[in-house]
Structures are given as C-alpha cells and as structure tokens.
Design a binder for this molecule. Structure first.
Ligand code: NOJ
Length: 761
C-alpha cells in the first residue's frame, strides 16, 4: 500500500473534474481546501528537530555538476561533494538541482537513507526544452500552435530526465512576454494569454504524465516565475514591474492557473518586485491568491537566492529579516541562499515565525515527496544499471517533427520555396550554417554530446547531389570575418539560389540576456546586402530567440523562414521544410514589429481614444508613430504555407450567444494552391463597449487543419459565455451583455472573415 496522500486537486484530476474546471478560462472555480497529510507525515513532523525542518526547506545546486550546469546561475558558495553528502546524512538538505549524474544522486539518496529520519532527497533540474535530446526552444515550439506536440516533447524530456533520478523540473516557464528586448521570452509561449494557457497546460501534463506523480517516469512540473517576471520594465531582466491587479489577473495569472488546473504541484516565486513588493515576500500573491483563491496545495520554491535578494531590493534589512519575510509570505523552500537553514531555527525560537508556519511548509514538501513516491521507494528514479533512456531513435524523431512544426514561413515571393532537391545549385551562407551548437538554444545543460545536425548537414542529406551545395560562413554573429563577404559573394554568384542562415546566436537570449535592440547584427546585414546585390534570389533562415524587427531584411529577400533554435534535429527538420518534404505550418507566437522602437508591441493592445486609422494611414493626432502605423510587420498568428488558403463562408447562426448557450461558428477555408497546406485557423473577438476598456481583439480559439491541394475544410468553433469573461471594475471576472466583433482569420491583423454577434441581457 502506498504511503502517499492525495490532494483534492489530484482527486479532481483523476476524476476528470479538473478538465472541466480548466475550461473555465480563469480557473476561479476552486475553493479553499486545507491539505490533510497522511498520518506518517504528521508523525515525522512530530519527530523532527527545528534544524531538520529547516533542512527540508533548503535546496542547493548539486555540488557535483556536469560543468555546464554551473553556468546557468551566478556562482555562490556551493558546498563540496563531501559536505553535501554530510548534509544529506544529517537531514539538513531537502534535495539538490541541476545534476544529471545518476551516481551522485544515488550517493546522496543513500546518505539520506542513513539519516536519523530517512526522509528521501528530491532531485530537481532545469529541464526546459529537452534533456539529452534537445527540442526546439519553448517559444519556437509554441509557434507550432500544437499543444499536443508540446505535451509529447515534455513527456519525452521527463522520460529522459527521470531516468537519471530527476523528480522535479523547473518548468514550464509560463511568463507572458510582450517586450522582445527581454531575453527570457525564448523560454515561454509568447505574448498571448490563450496560447500561453494551452501550452502551460500541455507542458505540465507532459512532464507529469497521466499515471500519477509516483510513476517512475513522472517529473513534477513547476510553472514559473510567479509572477509577472515577463513584465520587466524596458525588457531588462530582473527589473521592476508595476502591473495593476487587473492586468495581473487578466494577463499574467491565467497561464499559471492553467498549469495548476492541470495538476502542477510546485511553483517558483519570481525575482522581480510587483508594484513595490518583491514576489518572494508577497503575501497577497503567494498566500491570498495562490493558496487562498486557487486552492494551491503544492510547494512554492524561491528562485535562485531570491530570498537573499530581498536585501538588495531594499525590502529586507538583512538575511534574517529576508528569511522571515519570505517564509511568512508563503515561500516554502529556499533555493541556494542557505538562509532558511541559517535563520529559521532562531526565528522560531524567538517567536518571530510561528512553528505552525514552518510545519505547514514542511508538510507541503513531505507531501510532495510522498506524491512522487519517494517514501515508498527513494530510488524509484535512480536506476544506474537500467538500459539508457537517452536519445532514443523515437525521441530524436520527435525532435525532428517538433523542429519542422516550429518553423514559420513569413514570406515566399514567387514561390521560391520549396527548393528543388536536385538540379539546383545552392549557396548556404551565414554564421548559423554550420553552427549546431547555437541551434541547441539557451537551456541545454544536459546535452553532453554534439551529435545534432546543423543546417549544412541537414541540407546535404536532403539533396540528390550534395556537391551542389556551397557552404560559406561569410561572417561571425557580431564580428566580420576576413574575406568573408568576398567568399560569400563568390558562392552566391556560382549558385542559382542563396539560403542565408543568419540572426541571433543562442547567447543572445535566455536569462540575463536582454537586448537594447531587436535587430540582426550589422555585420550580418552587411553580408546580406552584399549577397543580395548579386541579384541571386535570397531565402533567409532566421535564427532567433525573440521577435525581431526585419524592416531592413524583408526588401532584400524572396523568402524568410523563422527557425528559432530548433535543437537536436535542427538541420534535418529545417531541410524537411526547405525542400518541401513537409510544408511549413508554424505561426508567430509573438508579433514581429515594424521597427525596434515599437517594443513592447503586442497584438491585443487597447484601441485608445484616438485609434490608429484602418486602413492604415498616417493621419495627424492618431495613435501611431509619426512614420509607421501602430501594427506589426508580421503579426501574431502569421505564417504562410506552401498551399494557398483562402477564407470562404462564415456562418454564426442567429448571431446570439444566449446566457446558458453557445455560439457555433463555422468557417470554410479553401486551399486554392497546388500543394497541401496546414492552416492555423484563428478566432478573434472584440467587445465593442464594456465597463473596462477591452483589447482591439483577443484570440479565443484556434484549430490547425490539413487541407489538400484544391480541397477545403470546414472549421467549427464553439464560443461560450466564459470565453467573454474579463476582470471587471470590482476586480472579479465578469461578462457583460453587448455587441461583439468576431473574426475567423489567418492572423491577428488580417481581417479574414468578420461578423458581429450579440450577448443579450
Ligand atoms: C534562475 C532562473 O530564474 C530559474 O528559472 C531557474 O530555474 C533557476 N535559476 C535554477 O537554475
């Protein structure tokens, strides 16, 4: 019999009730339910010393890291291996993170089993986009608009990670990111709330699996960073955010709620302050909202030294004060500062922190360990002798599928794509052409080997005669190469078509990698200019971890493919699309602005009292810059196919969404082209007048449909009252009767099919 307890949320998940609840857009349906831990946990708590309790609330980076893992965070005074093992044996360490060394996990767990109370250790890791198999960065994968794909890659990553003893991933990152300067947008699902919710839910389900958290291949998920980390002023990492409660509830909370409704049992407090109160000491956020309103019974971990950073914020006087503030606010576990271990016992003795508060956090941590099955078998994920589960052929095939589905075709003049795999001389030019390492993306701590495919390899294997491919770097990412431009121009002249693999390197995005400008570096633009001047048709394959302003690139190219950082099967997946083995089917999860100075730009902005005129015109005294309209160059949701989708008839019945009813929306999309298309049909809605001003439009649903050449597809959406919820003047979700615009469209800023409907009083 298992010693694990079950929470109300798990029960809901098991009975399917959570699925129903997750359909309520903002997850307000759950009430407050105190967790009741199994008796053995209460027993253990009764036996624990204060020091052991503080130890259960203390997490450190693994002393034995795999080299690269250390690079993910600032260096702190991490203890040596022997000291860490001693701490485990003394019951003063709840677990470690970012080691993929199964033998080290085994040593630590054995040490914990020799501790007084034999409480098992927990092993965590930043498994963000794959483990040893690298999947496309989350932003890229979100471009697939296929939550099911995100669920499958998260499952595969969990399978690899759990095989070396990892129980817990610090993922998914579900921060809505609307400022392309922010480097960490690459880790999330982009700017949109609905896409963010669906991806959050899918990734949580993928990591945790559907067999229960005690399944040896389940890793518990951690939607992060709670909250509004992506709202950093100026897109500057770690910076202040000042977000109204309405915007928090409307925009930043929903992906977290979706993750918790999907069963995520942990979350991470974010580094940033929100309107003057750091998240790590924010009682309203962590206690009132997260636990009170949403019934979250899992574990809140600080971010890396987040509690200690309360001092630098100017919110805590010293480490002791920071500890007190964080634990009282609801941060159960301290990551890396060691402050809880150092100060909690004394804070309890002095009466500044009630024992009940410590016990509550310890209970949550032990409950999580129980749910993960660690009390039943502390070695259930630590099987050094088991056959390898890393980089299995089917996982690499999944990486290839994910790579090709993440690619977005921005333009394709004269149908220059797909390329012909025989008889065409191709020049492949640019710093990304043979840089497999960069295509791995920013969060690949555990991919030790370099056996992935770069674009040059991918293209060569797809071509009938690989000697027709000339490969030239032409320049570095940010620095020129001697003779590079000349070599590139010669290669272009000797070819029929040029593929330019340019853009950002993996070091341009990720944590602490914010940029002041969101453009392709000048040396690469110079290279593009010189190559374009040869008159040869140019196809750009863009490497990027954020939306880029491509105003200077577009006129020089026939086609642009957005390739993000695609991971282990990058080259092969891209070649599949370039040569038309499969068509491109991705759509932008972030708006690509016209010019860098437009950021932050996002499609569901407000209209203002002086709207930007439609059709676009630079009329005086309107909401646009003096030189450009207030719209994107390539809007959210945009992406072309090799087919020719054409939006046909729209039917919304009587156009009334009755109080208890639904509005059925049916649209027909034809493919007038002579190649198959995978179209992402999108449903947008605008509320014409409400007690709170509403965005110009909001995505309410989407469907990806395959349409054969010359064929057509009928797409059906069901709009419900809940889809029209917004946060009202009283800060509660509300729906108001009125008239709404509705569009079924290929992207946010192309009208597609339009109708109006009514929500009667
Ligand atoms: C800091 C990052 O903000 C967080 O996302 C990550 O999980 C931790 N470091 C641990 O590496």
């Amino acid at each position: 019999m298992t010693r694990s307890g079950i929470t109300r949320r798990q029960l809901l998940v098991a009975t399917g009730a959570a699925t129903l609840l997750s359909q309520v857009p903002m997850g307000f349906a759950l009430g407050r339910t105190p967790i009741k831990a199994p008796a053995f946990i209460e027993d253990l708590i009764g036996k624990m010393t204060l020091e052991e309790k503080a130890g259960q609330l203390t997490l450190f980076a693994a002393a034995m890291q795999n080299g690269a893992a250390a690079a993910a965070n600032p260096v702190t005074a991490t203890s040596a291996v022997t000291a860490q093992i001693a701490a485990a044996k003394a019951g003063q360490l709840t677990g470690v993170f970012n080691s993929s060394n199964v033998l080290y996990h085994e040593r630590l767990q054995k040490a914990a089993m020799r501790s007084r109370l034999k409480i098992p250790m927990l092993f965590a890791a930043d498994v963000i986009h794959g483990f040893t198999t690298v999947f496309p960065v989350p932003l890229g994968e979100s471009a697939s608009f296929e939550p099911d794909l995100a669920q499958r890659t998260a499952r595969a990553a969990a399978m690899e990670a759990s095989a070396v003893g990892i129980d817990w991933t610090f993922a998914p990152m579900v921060d809505i990111a609307r400022d392309a300067r922010w480097g960490r947008g690459v880790e999330g699902a982009g700017e949109d709330v609905l896409l963010g919710r669906r991806m959050a839910q899918a990734r949580v389900r993928g990591f945790q699996g559907d067999k229960g958290l005690d399944d040896p291949e389940a890793v518990v998920a951690c939607p992060k960073h709670f909250c509004a980390y992506g709202a950093a002023e100026g897109g500057l990492d770690y910076n202040t955010t000042d977000v109204s409660e309405r915007v928090l509830r409307q925009t930043y909370f929903p992906p977290f709620q979706a993750g918790f409704d999907a069963g995520a049992m942990t979350t991470m407090a974010s580094f940033n302050e929100i309107s003057g109160i750091p998240a790590t000491a924010n009682k309203w956020l962590l206690d009132d909202v997260l636990r009170g309103e949403w019934d979250f019974s899992g574990v809140v971990v600080s971010d890396y030294t987040g509690d200690e950073e309360l001092i630098a914020h100017g919110f805590a006087r010293d480490g002791r004060d920071a500890t007190r503030l964080a634990i009282l606010a609801g941060v159960d576990m301290s990551m890396q500062s060691g402050l809880y271990l150092k100060h909690l016992p004394d804070l309890v003795k002095s009466g500044e922190v009630p024992m009940a508060v410590i016990d509550r956090s310890v209970r949550r941590v032990l409950q999580l360990k129980a749910q993960l099955g660690l009390f039943d078998d502390p070695f259930r994920r630590i099987k050094p002798q088991a056959p390898s589960r890393q980089r299995l052929p089917e996982t690499l095939e999944l990486a290839r599928e994910a790579a090709r589905k993440s690619v977005v075709l921005l333009k394709n003049d004269d149908d220059i794509l797909p390329l012909r795999s025989s008889g065409q001389r191709i020049a492949l030019i640019g710093p990304v052409a043979q840089d497999w390492d960069s295509t791995k993306g920013p969060w690949t701590l555990f991919n030790g080997d370099d056996s992935g495919s770069d674009l040059a390899q991918g293209m060569k294997s797809a071509m009938a005669d690989a000697s027709l491919l000339r490969v030239v770097a032409g320049s570095g990412y940010a620095t020129a190469l001697a003779g590079g431009i000349q070599a590139a121009v010669e290669a272009a002249r000797a070819s029929d078509v040029v593929v330019m693999a340019i853009g950002e390197s993996r070091d341009d995005s990720g944590e602490a990698h914010s940029h002041t400008s969101i453009t392709i570096p000048k040396v690469q633009l110079d290279l593009l200019d010189a190559v374009a001047a040869t008159g040869k048709p140019v196809v750009v394959v863009l490497s990027n971890g954020r939306a880029l302003a491509l105003d200077t690139v577009v006129p020089k190219t026939k086609a642009i493919l957005v390739a993000w950082f695609l991971g282990s099967s990058s080259g092969a997946g891209l070649a599949d699309v370039l040569f038309g083995k499969t068509g491109p089917s991705g759509r932008l999860p972030v708006s690509f602005p016209r010019e860098p100075g437009q950021v932050p730009y996002y499609y569901d902005h407000k209209i203002t009292g002086r709207p930007d005129p439609k059709p676009e015109a630079l009329t005086a005294f309107k909401t646009h810059y003096t030189t450009i309209p207030n719209s994107a160059l390539f809007p959210f949701g945009h992406g072309l196919t090799y087919g020719r989708p054409e939006y046909g008839a729209l039917d919304i019945g009587d156009g009334k969404l009755q109080a208890a009813g639904t509005l059925e929306v049916r649209a027909t999309v034809h493919n007038r082209g002579d190649r198959a298309a995978e179209e992402v049909v999108q449903l947008y809605v605008h509320d014409r007048a409400a007690s709170i001003t509403r965005p110009i439009q909001e995505l309410k649903d989407f469907r990806k449909v395959a349409i054969a050449a010359g064929g057509s597809a009928e797409v059906r959406f069901t709009l419900r009252r809940e889809d029209l919820l917004f946060i009202g003047q009283d800060l509660k979700p509300t729906v108001e009767p009125g008239v709404f615009d509705l569009w079924v469209a290929p992207s946010a800023e192309v009208d597609g099919l339009h109708a109006t409907f009514e929500l009667p009083a």
